[in-house]
Design a protein around this ligand. Structure first.
Ligand code: FAD
Length: 296
């Protein structure tokens, strides 16, 4: 198994995020996507988690399945919501026993499980402390280029991020659309003497209908991009929107890499085509390495 902190020390990482399937149909889609993305040689892959017993089972099954049946380096997301401290400790111990060495420690938003206990850990930093106390993990945290949506003051949000990141190994950002947002975040951290790697999260906009949801998540698509995507829709329909969204995301990735970003983290939504198109346009695939050598 490989720790992400070690991969980041060795060079840039390129990673993909998936969510655990909830039905046979979703499982088929994910299996096909994994087959298509694995040849790109991602440095690591991450699996989301919503909190609660059912979600835990799904996330744990997917990361351990990846570990034992592929060359992928998996990272499990963990959230504070819907668990007692003891349950979270038990989950971390069972991940370690299963051979998982990478976790993304998150606050989480809400649990879909109505019977779940109230959260005992309030902030992600407490989950980082717990994972450190258990030991053996490379630990990532979330960063929000525009500030967390619930934060009233950007500078206080940055201070909190520094506290959290000083205990963790790296951060992955919420998706965003303009390179300056990322570079602004990195420079704010540097001003606070924090230089741990911050991986930019990339989410191409491939449907006009997803724009309002992205804004609700605190990552509004800028007006100039909305105009370009709408113009594409008018002239070429849905396919032109996908092409335009991929082009815009490719330009963003290029600027981020040229500006020194330590890698790219793709929110795949369990689909492969946009990520593959961006890789192709950036000429990335042949240079990639870092997948586990010990094929199981
Ligand atoms: P925190 O670090 O706890 O911060 C939340 C808010 O509290 C911020 O406003 C912060 O400024 C403030 N704060 C932090 N510490 C303190 C403190 N000590 N005192 C006072 N205020 C404080 N959600 C899921 O449910 N499942 C997932 O799998 C998932 N994956 C994600 C992956 C990435 C890369 C990212 C960027 C987000 C992901 N999320 C996921 C969403 C995340 O859970 C939400 O954004 C959540 O609202 C905040 O998480 P956080 O880890 O940033 O929280």
């Amino acid at each position: 198994m490989t720790r992400i902190s070690e991969l980041l020390s060795a060079g840039r990482t390129y990673s993909f995020e998936f969510f655990p399937p909830k039905s046979d149909q979703e499982q088929l889609v994910l299996s096909k996507t994994l087959l298509e993305l694995q040849p790109l040689g991602p440095s690591f892959v991450s699996v989301t988690y919503r909190g609660g017993a059912e979600s835990r089972r799904r996330t744990q099954n997917l990361v351990t399945g990846m570990l034992h049946t592929s060359t992928l380096v998996p990272m499990a997301h963990l959230v504070c919501v819907a668990h007692s401290r003891l349950e979270l400790a038990e989950f971390l111990v069972s991940l370690r026993r299963a051979g998982i060495e990478n976790v993304l420690a998150l606050g989480g938003d809400s649990s879909p499980d109505p019977g779940a206990p109230p959260r005992e850990l309030e902030y992600a930093v407490e989950l980082v402390e717990l994972a450190r106390a258990i030991g053996g993990f490379s630990i990532g945290v979330a960063a929000h280029p525009a500030g967390h949506p619930s934060s009233r003051e950007l500078s206080a949000d940055r201070d909190r991020l520094v506290e959290k990141l000083s205990l963790a190994d790296f951060a992955i950002t919420q998706f965003f659309f303009e390179a300056d947002e990322y570079f602004g975040l990195v420079s704010d951290l540097a001003e606070r003497s924090m230089r741990k790697p911050v991986l930019p999260g990339i989410m191409p906009v491939t449907r006009l209908s997803s724009i309002p949801r992205m804004a609700r998540m605190g990552a509004a698509v800028p007006p100039w991009m909305v105009e370009r995507l709408e113009a594409a829709a008018e002239t070429g329909g849905d396919e032109a929107v996908v092409r335009c969204g991929v082009e815009l995301a490719t330009d963003l990735c290029r600027t981020l890499l040229e500006g020194g970003a330590p890698g790219l983290h793709f929110y795949t939504l369990n689909r492969s085509s946009a990520t593959r198109d961006i890789y192709r346009a950036l000429g990335l695939a042949p240079q990639l390495s870092g997948a586990r050598a010990d094929t199981a």
